[in-house]
Structure formats: structure tokens, C-alpha cells
Unconditional design. Structure first.
Length: 135
């Protein structure tokens, strides 16, 4: 799976448009994107069609960003489901750098976690990053 980039931008009109236009200008397709803001800063979580080219665009624009490997996990779609998965990763010493909801089916939310230790995350969550879900 592609790497997730978590990018810091100014929380002002046109910043997200400028970032996404710069990616498009280099022929980079956005696969997943989420954004949130608080105060003067916004955070954009993004996966694209080309990790190396994305990294180049971000560096050229002078963006502050982190990136991490992605692990897809089935998270129980109930109160506390996300917390359970986050606690499982934390107990394994895995730092979550970002999270994107990428799908949903009855009783399950599919979340792509960007993590600092992909192997440890997969081991903690079970085969292929998919855990048995307590319902």
C-alpha cells in the first residue's frame, strides 16, 4: 500500500487548493485525502499514486510533513471500536502517525493507519493487519 503523508499547511483560503494543484501539475493522482484544522494550522492526510513524486512536491513547496507505512485494519463500528484498535497498537509500541477511513461495511470500518513500525502493527493486529473484531 502507498505511504500516507501528513502535511502541515496554513489554515487559510487557497492553501489546500495550492497543495492539490501542485500534485496535479506533476501528474500525481490523489487516492485518499482528509483534512482538519485548528487555529492557524491545518493538517492534510493524503495518499497518492506516486510516493517519491509526492515527497518531491512537498519538499519543493517547503511543506512540513511526516510520512509512514500504511496498515489497513478492520475496526469495530461501535463506540470504543477505534479506541480498542489504537490501544492495541500503542501496547505494541506502535506510533500512529495518521489514520484514514477508507471503507465501511456492516459492523466494520476499514481504517488505513500510517505507523512508524509496520511489522509490529501487523503482528499486533493479526494476519494482514486485520484483527478479529470483538463485537
Amino acid at each position: 500500500m502507498a505511504r500516507e503523508f501528513v502535511v502541515q499547511i496554513a489554515n487559510q483560503p487557497g492553501e489546500l487548493a495550492g497543495l492539490t494543484r501542485a500534485l496535479a501539475a506533476d501528474g500525481i493522482d490523489i487516492r485518499n485525502i482528509a483534512s482538519t484544522s485548528a487555529g492557524a494550522l491545518a493538517s492534510v492526510s493524503i495518499t497518492t499514486s506516486d510516493d517519491d513524486a509526492t515527497r518531491d512536491v512537498l519538499r519543493r513547496r517547503g511543506c512540513t510533513f511526516i510520512e509512514g507505512d500504511m496498515v489497513v485494519a478492520d475496526v469495530a463500528d461501535r463506540p470504543g471500536g477505534f479506541a480498542d484498535t489504537a490501544e492495541t497498537l500503542a501496547a505494541a509500541g506502535v506510533n500512529i502517525l495518521g489514520a484514514l477511513v477508507i471503507g465501511r461495511r456492516p459492523g466494520v470500518i476499514e481504517v488505513a493507519f500510517s505507523v512508524d513500525k509496520e511489522d509490529a502493527a501487523r503482528a499486533a493486529l493479526g494476519r494482514d493487519g486485520r484483527s478479529g473484531l470483538p463485537m
